[in-house]
Design a protein around this ligand. Structure first.
Ligand code: NDP
Length: 325
């Protein structure tokens, strides 16, 4: 990946994506005002790529923060790269555009830069984010991904989004889209869990061969939110002694090394923090370089460990994580 001066990568549709993004997901117990404050700090310290989603239920606050930073002259709209995601309850061809329009309305913006399919399966449409049956089971549906992709293409043609992509796809699901009859636009990216314990080397090679950017989420080891989709007894990534040793050598932090590692692999990386000092710290990753030996050492930490494995969806035909990559 060639970084240009603004630390961006050219997507397969000609648009540019900043290689370091600010994550905005937080669990329900975090006051929504926090995400707005954090987004403004992120823009102030230099983040230009903001990763969000309808599912996060905080696009009003994120949108307000962006608009305030435009109003005070810190940035122009075109300086910001904003991503939102199609939630599964809009996973019907006739609901896709509505899903995006809901986000735009909350954001009070005219367009987003990137609209991606959040996960490759459908849930029963409706206002509930996780619709459940009388037994408390999430109601899943099967809808053809290629039909959804056509509706995503229409959103791009309508000017509601500059680019379109996917998230949580394995290579077979990506191939379904790439081999679709009459494909108009390829996905520009695949946003997936990716960090030193799950380095996604095979999926990365596949994506690179198709000119699809891999975007890494949970690059710092995820938020470890208990009672959700996090695996129990999961390791604390930023406490890894090898990462710590390398960080000391460069006079950096484990978080900075974990982010820099992904950038040097040609991956676009997201980092979430709502703490000012950490947000600043996470942006300081462009002024040092890991040696090839250190890159190899970090490669060896891989153990194909997934923090987020949504067990409720395991029986769905499009469940993406049964495949090796
Ligand atoms: P990260 O892996 O980026 O961060 C995990 C935690 O690390 C944060 O909660 C943060 O806590 C802490 N942290 C951040 N910076 C530092 C630092 N410098 N030193 C020590 N600790 C630090 O979290 P996410 O799993 O949220 O992933 C990032 C983003 O990716 C999300 O916010 C979301 O935008 C996206 N995402 C997308 C998914 C998808 O399905 N497409 C799924 C999951 C995430 P604190 O705030 O207290 O600093």
């Amino acid at each position: 990946m060639d970084f240009n001066q603004s630390h961006s990568v050219k997507l397969n549709d000609g648009h540019f994506m900043p290689v370091l993004g600010f994550g905005t997901y937080a669990s329900d117990d975090v006051p929504k005002s926090k995400v707005g404050e954090a987004t403004k700090i992120a823009i102030d310290v230099g983040f230009r790529h903001i990763d969000a989603a309808y599912f996060y239920q905080n696009e009003e606050e994120v949108g307000k923060a962006i608009r305030e930073k435009i109003a005070d002259g810190t940035v122009k709209r075109e300086d910001i790269f904003y991503t939102t995601k199609l939630w599964t309850t809009f996973f019907r061809p006739e609901l896709v555009q509505q899903g995006l329009e809901r986000s735009l309305k909350k954001l009070q913006l005219d367009y987003v830069d990137l609209f991606i399919i959040h996960v490759p399966f459908a849930m029963k449409p409706g206002e509930e984010l996780l619709p459940k049956d009388a037994n408390g089971q999430i109601i899943l549906e099967t809808v053809d991904i290629c039909d959804i992709w056509e509706a995503m293409e229409k959103c791009k043609d309508a000017g509601l989004t500059k680019s379109i992509g996917v998230s949580n796809f394995n290579h077979k699901l990506l191939e379904l889209i790439l081999n679709k009859q009459g494909l108009k636009y390829k996905p520009v990216c695949n946003q997936v869990e990716c960090h030193v314990y799950l380095n996604q080397s095979k999926l990365l090679t596949f994506c690179k061969s198709k000119d699809i950017v891999l975007v890494a989420y949970s690059a710092l080891g995820s938020q470890r939110i208990c009672g959700t989709w996090l695996k129990e007894n999961s390791p604390i990534l930023l406490d890894d002694p090898v990462l710590g040793e390398i960080a000391r050598k460069y006079n950096r932090t484990p978080a900075q090394v974990a982010l820099r590692y992904q950038l040097q692999r040609g991956i676009v990386v997201l980092a979430k923090s709502f703490k000012k000092e950490r947000i600043k710290e996470n942006f300081q990753v462009f002024d040092f370089q890991l040696t090839p030996e250190d890159m190899k050492t970090i490669d060896s930490l891989n153990r194909d460990f997934r923090y987020t494995e949504p067990a409720h969806f395991k029986d769905h035909p499009n469940y993406p994580f049964h495949e090796e990559y």
